[in-house]
Design a protein around this ligand. Structure first.
Ligand code: AP5
Ligand code: MG
Length: 198
């Protein structure tokens, strides 16, 4: 059975870190809108030119642009076996567009994982990453981080109650080593799979 999973969590919660582990475990493609947009910027595409200033400031890229790239990616053959959506949807508008896209194809989201991490730890993780990287992400600058966190609270957190109505939401404690966090995620996902463990 294909499994479609959505990861929701504030910047620095570990969505990317845990997605890498989970896609290996479930053998599904990893769809990270942040990575897709960063690739577009580094390739200098028209989309990249359009989104650069939004991303540099830690603002959200307009819904139609993001919905467009995800819709295109979901058409690929590898997504028939499911997918791991990391960083999308991020607004109610995006969630509604995704629901409609899946509904039109007789598909649905199976699990929404909310990764919970206190704000002071998020700050530390993002600043730490900026220090370690030779070429830090433009949005890991101290000025952009508060905006990213505040947009998460105002635009993305409401998705938890949007999805809660369907009983597909699971909350996972994102504090601990990446392996400890992954063990919690795996347990959660296994409990939601029709056949249990992989
Ligand atoms: P995106 O790339 O999605 O970034 P983000 O969610 O804001 O933040 P991160 O990717 O930094 O966090 P993460 O949860 O993946 O954590 P990670 O595993 O990296 O989006 C970037 C921008 O693109 C947005 O601001 C927006 O402009 C645009 N965008 C993207 N999607 C969009 C959408 N749908 N709509 C509109 N705009 C969109 O970990 C962070 C750090 O912590 C790493 O250094 C990691 O090593 C460390 N770490 C991870 N786990 C642990 C742990 N357990 N213990 C200690 N350290 C840890
Ligand atoms: Mg990420």
């Amino acid at each position: 059975m294909p499994m479609r999973i959505v990861f929701i969590g504030p910047p620095g919660a570990g969505k990317g870190t845990q997605s890498v582990r989970l896609v290996k475990y479930l053998d599904v493609p990893h769809l990270s809108t942040g990575d897709m947009l960063r690739d577009a910027i580094s390739e200098g595409t028209t989309l990249g030119k359009l989104v650069k200033s939004y991303m540099d400031h830690g603002s959200l890229v307009p819904d139609p642009l993001v919905v467009g790239i995800v819709g295109e990616r979901l058409e690929h053959r590898d997504c028939r076996k499911g997918c791991m959506l990391d960083g999308f949807p991020r607004t109610i508008g995006q969630a509604q567009a995704l629901d409609q896209y899946l509904l039109d194809r007789g598909e649905k989201i199976d699990v929404v994982l909310e990764l919970q991490v206190p704000e002071e730890i998020l700050h530390d993780r993002l600043l730490e990453r900026a220090k370690k990287m030779v070429e830090p992400r433009s949005d890991d600058r101290p000025e952009a981080i508060p905006r990213r966190l505040s947009l998460f609270r105002s635009q993305t957190e409401p998705l938890i109650s949007y999805y809660s109505k369907r009983d597909i939401c699971r909350h996972v404690d994102g504090v601990g080593t990446p392996d400890e966090v992954f063990a919690r995620i795996r347990e959660c996902v296994d409990s939601m799979r029709p056949g249990g463990k992989v």
